[in-house]
Design a binder for this molecule. Structure first.
Ligand SMILES: Nc1ncnc2c1ncn2[C@@H]1O[C@H](COP(=O)(O)OP(=O)(O)OP(=O)(O)O)[C@@H](O)[C@H]1O
Ligand SMILES: [Mg+2]
Length: 270
């Protein structure tokens, strides 16, 4: 379990990125941080592995304040998948995946063998192992990024807009892959996005952030839709408009579900 207790981060230039954040992130589930640009998502994520330290409050992992854990030791149990995959351009795919285990003293043979297994795990053909990142498609690069995040066999996987840079079709594929993978691996995933659809698809818990790094609501997608905490949340999730503002209408004896614009979403089954 990861817990934020009264966490504030003010950067040296005076910017308050997050303020007074309390969140409980349950183990073996996916928690999605969602909010518009600058709402403090990346800052929160990076406080988990101490790439950023809070100026007030505490971040605890299984009850231990991360401030008391040496960063290198801490990151041993935490995978980090960056936006735009963050791959090293001059290293082959297999070496990108094996980078961190090699730094930690795993033998080259063992690290490479494990990296090949991880390519299988994320649905990449092993023939790609000897290529360079630039020779891969955007979606393949993102998968390599996920494989690299998994290479330390972490309990916690941090993912910062990992699918932001790919087209909608590939993005949908990667989302399904992550759902499948998570069913298999059961990691504690903390996933950042500014796409509410992605958040509702992937999140067991969805944390909605406002500008200035305040939490508006942290709950399951169903709870958020059923009971938005305030107008900001209702507006952000689109509960009152478009494809989420559904109602039932009867046509030729069939009950159809239509959205706010009258476009059909489906047929009511019972
Ligand atoms: N090193 C820094 N120094 C000063 N201000 C910073 C620093 N890093 C982030 N900020 C500011 O803190 C706020 C939150 O930034 P953060 O990167 O956490 O937002 P975000 O929600 O991840 O945004 P995006 O969706 O654009 O990635 C922003 O106002 C940003 O300008
Ligand atoms: Mg960010």
């Amino acid at each position: 379990m990861i817990e934020f207790r009264g966490v504030t981060k003010q950067f040296p230039d005076g910017t308050v990125a997050v303020e007074g954040v309390d969140i409980v992130i349950p183990p073996h589930k996916t928690t999605v941080l969602v909010g518009s640009s600058g709402s403090g998502k990346t800052t929160l994520l990076r406080m988990i592995n101490r790439m950023v330290d809070p100026t007030a409050g505490q971040v605890l992992i299984d009850g231990t304040d991360v401030a008391t854990v040496e960063p290198v030791a801490l990151r041993r149990g935490i995978g980090y998948v960056m936006q735009n995959s963050g791959l090293l351009p001059h290293r082959k795919v297999v070496d990108n995946v094996a980078t961190v285990p090699l730094l930690r003293g795993t033998s080259k043979r063992e690290a490479r063998a494990h990296a090949l297994e991880l390519l299988d795990t994320v649905g990449l053909d092993r023939s790609l192992a000897e290529k360079y990142p630039a020779q891969l498609s955007g979606g393949q690069q993102q998968r390599v990024g996920v494989a690299r995040g998994l290479a330390v066999d972490p309990n916690i996987l941090l993912m910062d807009e990992p699918f932001g840079a790919v087209d909608p079709i590939v993005r949908a594929e990667l989302q399904q892959e992550l759902l499948r993978l998570q069913e298999e691996l059961g990691k504690t995933v903390v996933f950042v996005t500014h796409d509410i659809d992605e958040a509702f698809l992937l999140g067991d818990q969805v944390v909605i952030m406002q500008q200035g790094g305040r939490i508006s609501q942290a709950a399951s997608p169903v709870e958020i839709l059923a009971n938005p905490a305030d107008d900001f949340v209702a507006d952000f999730v689109g509960a009152r408009r478009g494809k989420r503002a559904l109602h039932v209408t009867e046509v030729d004896g069939q009950r159809l579900v239509v959205d706010a614009d009258g476009r059909p979403a489906g047929v009511l089954a019972s």
